[in-house]
Design a protein around this ligand. Sequence first.
Ligand SMILES: [Zn+2]
Length: 129
Amino acid sequence: MAWVDPETFALSLNYLIGLLVFFFLIVVPVLLALVVTLKWLRWNAARKRADRQARMERVQDDGTPYPPTGRGLCDSCQNGFDKVYYLCSGQRLCPSCYETLHGAAAAAKDAPGEGTHIGLPSSSSPQEK
Ligand SMILES: [Zn+2]
């Protein structure tokens, strides 16, 4: 059995205790705080994404809410759907028929020439030669 100097042993034991105290008082809390912060950031981003998606399902592009929905038959294409819009006029439309009719109505409502056309930069950009 190897002989151990008691003074060296006590010194290295002190270093070991100091290392353990440092680890459990500083390194572990910092790592825990880092993990909690990262998880909170991810949760917050997922919550915002879900809120935006839920809002997009409730509100149309022009800001007006969608009509109430339910199961039923579409009056336009005569098919059964899990989600059918019940319009104020009593008409029932599936989402695709609603989008086509509503899109056509919205396009007809916009006066030609002053629509929501987004002006793209013309082809004569300075990078072209
Ligand atoms: Zn339909």
